[in-house]
Design a protein around this ligand. Sequence first.
Ligand code: NAD
Ligand code: TYD
Length: 362
Amino acid sequence: MANMTNTVLVTGGAGFIGSNFVMHWVKSVGSAVVNLDLLTYAGNPENLETLEGDSRHIFVHGDICDAELVGSLLLKHRPKAIVHFAAESHVDRSILEPGAFVRTNVLGTFAMLQQAKQYWLTLHADEKHAFRFLHVSTDEVYGSLGLDDAAFSEVTAYAPNSPYAASKAASDHFARAYFHTYGLPVLMSNCSNNYGPYQFPEKLIPLMILNALEGKPLPVYGDGSNVRDWLYVEDHCSAIRAVLERGVVGESYNIGGNSERKNLDVVQTICDLVDELRPDASLGKRRKLITFVTDRPGHDLRYAIDTRKINRELDWKPALAFNEGLRKTVAWYLERAAWIKNVRSGAYRDWIQKNYQERASK
Ligand code: NAD
Ligand code: TYD
């Protein structure tokens, strides 16, 4: 039997966080990455352009639900770890089309765990000990906080409110069960809202940057008082590395940016940054574009993360302050006309039409 290699199998590595992680890994760790991605609307090979021609990045176009494919990739590449990002990730889509979330997030994670277990059982004792399955999840599994509630910790009870959060919660429970029942060396991380380069412009921050740039309405759900805790994507990548390298198997780690902001404040700051970096006299101040629209059904009021465990046990903390990260992010999108044009294909336009046409301005 061949030995385990230094290769890492990443799922969903053509998406937002996955592509940032693959680039981070190849550049700073340097071992090979097998990147399994179905290239759904959210997956984009252009995100990985900087790795073109780099033999350390092996891209495989395929589905995490395809157990045979996953099993054969594991036997062929014999990775020392799996970092599992692949998911349907957008709450609004989960409200309109929940079935895809059950399939990918629940059944896909189950297929990954099952194939990982089969492969892990073939390893030598010392390799079995060293192998890791890192399941990447979200703080949304904990439900919603009141404005004065204590932040989510690793022992907060699960209370998912959206179909997205419910599907991620189910996948977390399977990951935990595979450790508890079979001893598979599973690690779990639950992170707050990410932002930064390569995020698909259906999510709040990139959507608002592009609409502000183009002088389109900025659709704020409800009254804009919902609070999210924002983390720059590079900081999420460094946290995942810390969990992978120093985390205790069977444990979960909450990851956050200690940067709680009301949505309206985020959107106003984006307007000011776009005004500063791309002034447009014909538009005037972009804040005028803010439009309050019908709220998201079941909209969670607040997410906040207690990062003390990962800080204390793995010596991790975010490097970038929110204002600095947001400025970098706005500047990144303003310089990426070709990338933006390509991701806003026909399918993107259909989604914008579907999600926003019913949300009349209030
Ligand atoms: P994303 O939607 O940008 O990317 C998802 C990727 O998964 C895409 O490349 C897509 O093609 C791929 N994918 C989807 N279905 C697949 C399938 N069946 N087989 C193989 N690949 C498939 O998502 P993201 O924002 O990068 O999030 C990545 C992970 O991090 C998700 O598990 C998400 O729940 C979690 N997370 C995201 C955030 C956030 O703010 N974006 C915060 C915390 C946790
Ligand atoms: P989003 O980026 O979809 O992340 P999540 O729902 O996973 O937190 O949304 C972030 C916040 O922004 C959330 O409170 C919903 C709100 N929002 C808007 O107000 N308008 C929009 O057009 C979008 C996409 C989101």
